[in-house]
Design a protein around this ligand. Structure first.
Ligand code: NAP
Length: 278
């Protein structure tokens, strides 16, 4: 008999059945021959604190956190990284051996890695960035664009107030445009990001005009269902380099898997295929 503990990890959200994270981590556990498990857990707000506090005793080394708990877990962690505090949300918890619960946010890392791999040579400092949307994902995108040296961010959101709040928080690099004038942000933009849920299966189509877009722009969509959104198709027709949103999901998982299971996993075509087949 071996006394080796089987490491457990998982994802907590509600709903959770649609999550692609179990397939993603299963693939890495298998390809790295790690005898661990990654489990989806549908947990209500009322039970969140109790569940998180009991997981380390059950053998969990950490969990991902998704909608609607990303903000609430910051109050349940003993240590919050500067990045997660700046974004105001965590997507990864690490249960340390000394009992400390460590909260981090790797969405921004995933976003930037995806752009570097999908658009080799992309230089965030070379020109203005456009961000559409001001929800939770936009916060991670904006914080990380500023971190990697973007000097100007043009931001627009259907509900203008949410964009104004981000402008106040993240500062003078951000200029807010009214949603009806969002098309005006495209002139001279080098990086264009859709962080709204527009274009996602079951949601309205993305209709912001892209006429002003230059063919040198790198355009990315956080929506990955469908993989090739109308927004990306239109941008590609205009000659832009486009990067789909699936890569962000895959790359954001890399640091978490490494912290939990001790091995840095690889993002490759077999992983994409495994995740897309779920
Ligand atoms: P969220 O906090 O709910 O924000 C949703 C955003 O979409 C808000 O800006 C909202 O504007 C906008 N929106 C929704 N319906 C709209 C409509 N009919 N017209 C105009 N704008 C509309 O969600 P989130 O967490 O930021 O996620 C946003 C998207 O990113 C989702 O599709 C999510 O799946 C995707 N995402 C992908 C990854 C990845 O790894 N690829 C990671 C995170 C998120 P209002 O403020 O006006 O409501």
């Amino acid at each position: 008999m071996s006394d080796i503990k089987i490491p457990l990890a998982g994802v907590i959200g509600s709903p959770i059945a649609h999550s692609k994270s179990p397939a993603l981590h299963r693939h890495w556990l298998d390809t790295n021959s790690i005898k661990g498990f990654y489990i989806p857990m549908d947990i209500s707000r009322d039970n969140l604190a109790d569940v998180i506090r009991s997981l380390p005793q059950l053998g969990f080394v950490g969990v991902n956190i998704t909608i609607p708990h990303k903000e609430a877990v910051l109050n349940l962690a003993d240590l919050v990284t500067d990045r997660a505090a700046l974004i105001g949300a965590a997507n990864t918890l690490i249960f340390r051996k000394d009992g400390i619960i460590h909260a981090d946010n790797t969405d921004g890392y995933g976003f930037i890695e995806n752009l570097h791999h999908g658009a080799p040579g992309w230089n965030p400092k070379a020109g203005p960035a456009v961000v559409l949307g001001a929800g939770g994902a936009a916060r991670a995108v904006i914080a990380t664009l500023i971190e990697v040296g973007v000097t100007e961010i043009r931001l627009s959101n259907r509900t203008r107030n949410r964009a104004d709040v981000l402008q106040k928080e993240f500062g003078s690099k951000i200029t807010v445009f009214d949603w009806v004038k969002a098309g005006n942000m495209m002139d001279g933009a080098l990086t264009v990001v859709n962080t709204t849920s527009l274009g996602m299966v079951g949601k309205p189509e993305f209709r912001v005009p892209l006429d002003g877009l230059s063919s040198s722009a790198v355009v990315t969509d956080l929506v990955y269902a469908p993989l090739d959104t109308q927004f990306l198709i239109k941008a590609r027709e205009m000659g832009c380099t486009t990067v789909d949103g699936l890569g962000m999901l895959l790359y954001q998982a890399v640091p978490a898997f490494e912290r939990w299971f001790g091995k840095r996993p690889v993002v490759d075509d077999t992983l994409r295929a495994a995740v897309l087949s779920t």
